[in-house]
Write a protein that binds this ligand. Structure first.
Ligand code: KG4
Ligand code: ZN
Length: 345
C-alpha cells in the first residue's frame, strides 16, 4: 500500500510517497533554513507562511516523482504533533482538504514516531521491541519501542534538547544556524582531549539527560577567553564538546539497554546525522553484541518519508483522524499508547 506522508512541523515542508512502510518512491523536502538563518533560529510566523506557499507544489512533486496520482494512494499520513502550532496547522489543514476531496483515509502521525520510523526505511528487517535514542532539535528521549505504534519514554532531557545544545554551542563558536553539522565537520579536525568540559550529570531518574550545564560551560569558556584576549582553538573545542555530548547520550542509552534487557538499539532525529554520536554508539553496541540500526543520512532530518512510513503502521493499527483533527504543539509519545491523538489543548 502506498502512503502519502506530509510533514510541516518546523521549517521543512516535506512530502513523500512510501510503499509498505519501507520502499521510498519519492521524498521531496523544501527547506526554509536559508531564510531563518538570517535570524539565528526558526521564526514561527515565517515558517507558517512558507509552508502555505510550498505545500501544494511539494505534494505535486512527490506524486509526480513517485509516478502516481492520488488514485494510487491508500492513505494520507500527516504530522499533527508536536511542533510549531502555526506550522503544523498548514500540513494538517492541507491533508484534511486532500482527504475530503479524494475520500482517502487520514492518518494522524506523531513527529517523533516518524523519526523513529526512519529506521524502517533504512533497515526493513528492524522489528520491535527495541530501544531508540531520539535526539533532535526539540527533543532528546530514550524510548522503548514496544511495537510499531506503542512507546514508553524511559529517559528525557531535563532542559535543552541535544540539537538545541549543538546549535547554541555552534553559535558561540561563530557558526551559522543550525550549527550541528558545522560542529560535526570542525570536530573531525580537532583534538577531543583539547578542552576539559563537565560531563552532564542528573540526579533522580537514571536515564534522564541534561545539556544546559555543558552549553553554559562552553559559553563561559569562550567568553572568559575573549575577556583575557586569548584565542580559542575552535576545532579542539568542537571536538571536545562533541565527544562529551555523544558520551552522555550513548552512555545513558547503553545503561537503559542493559537494565531493560534490549539487544537491539536504534538512533533517530536530526542529531542522528552526527558522525561522533554514530561512531560511539556503533562502538558501544559492537562491544556488547547489540544490533544497531541508524537511518541513512537523508532520513535523519525532517522529511515526509518517515511520516509516510509511520503512517503506514498507524494505518495498519487502525488509527484514523476525522475532520476535527487539529495540530497539537506538545504531546508526549507516551500519550499515543492511550489513543490520545485528537487531544485539543
Ligand atoms: O530532527 P530535526 O531535523 O528537527 C527537529 O525535529 O528538531 O533536528 C534538527 C537538529 C538541529 O539542531 C541540527 O543542528 C541537528 O539536528 N543536526 C546535527 C547534525 N545534523 C543536524 N547535530 C549534530 N551533528 C549533525 N551532523
Ligand atoms: Zn524532527
Amino acid at each position: 500500500m502506498k502512503i502519502l506522508g506530509i510533514e510541516s512541523s518546523c521549517d521543512e515542508t516535506a512530502c513523500a510517497v512510501v510503499e509498505d512502510g519501507c520502499r521510498v518512491l519519492s521524498n521531496i523536502v523544501a527547506s526554509q533554513i536559508g531564510e531563518h538563518r538570517l535570524y539565528g533560529g526558526v521564526v514561527p510566523e515565517i515558517a507558517s507562511r512558507r509552508h502555505a506557499e510550498n505545500i501544494l507544489w511539494v505534494t505535486q512533486a512527490a506524486l509526480e516523482e513517485a509516478g502516481c496520482t492520488m488514485d494510487d494512494i491508500g492513505a494520507i499520513g500527516v504530522t499533527y504533533a508536536p511542533g510549531l502550532i502555526g506550522a503544523l496547522l498548514v500540513g494538517v489543514s492541507f491533508a484534511k482538504g486532500l482527504a475530503m476531496s479524494t475520500g482517502k483515509p487520514l492518518v494522524p502521525v506523531h513527529h517523533i514516531a516518524g523519526h523513529i520510523a526512519s529506521n524502517y526505511i533504512s533497515h526493513p528487517e528492524l522489528v520491535p521491541p527495541y530501544l531508540c535514542l531520539v535526539a533532535s532539535g526539540g527533543h532528546s528521549h530514550i524510548v522503548e519501542v514496544k511495537d510499531r505504534t506503542t512507546y514508553h519514554v524511559v529517559g528525557r532531557t531535563r532542559d535543552d534538547a541535544a540539537g538545541e545544545c549543538f546549535d547554541k554551542v555552534a553559535r558561540t563558536l561563530g557558526y551559522e544556524y543550525p550549527g550541528g553539522k558545522f560542529i560535526d565537520a570542525a570536530a573531525k579536525l580537532g583534538d577531543p582531549e583539547g578542552y576539559k568540559l563537565p560531563v552532564p550529570k542528573v540526579t533522580g531518574s537514571k536515564y534522564d539527560l541534561s545539556f544546559s550545564g555543558l552549553k553554559t560551560a562552553v559559553i563561559n569558556l569562550v567568553h572568559n577567553a575573549e575577556q583575557k584576549g586569548e584565542k580559542i582553538r575552535r576545532e579542539d573545542l568542537a571536538a571536545s564538546f562533541q565527544r562529551t555530548i555523544a558520551t552522555s547520550l550513548v552512555s545513558k542509552t547503553m545503561l537503559a539497554a542493559e537494565d531493560l534487557g534490549y539487544k537491539t538499539v536504534a538512533l533517530a532525529g536530526g542529531v542522528s546525522a552526527n558522525s561522533g554520536v554514530r561512531e560511539l554508539l556503533q562502538r558501544e553496541c559492537d562491544k556488547r553484541g547489540y544490533k544497531l540500526c541508524m537511518p541513512q543520512l537523508e532520513y535523519c532530518g525532517d522529511n515526509g518519508a518517515m511520516i509516510a512510513s509511520q503512517g503506514y503502521y498507524d494505518y495498519l493499527a487502525g488509527k484514523r483522524a476525522d475532520m476535527s483533527l487539529n495540530g497539537v504543539a506538545t504531546l508526549s509519545l507516551d500519550m499515543l499508547s492511550e489513543g490520545e491523538y485528537s487531544f485539543m489543548p
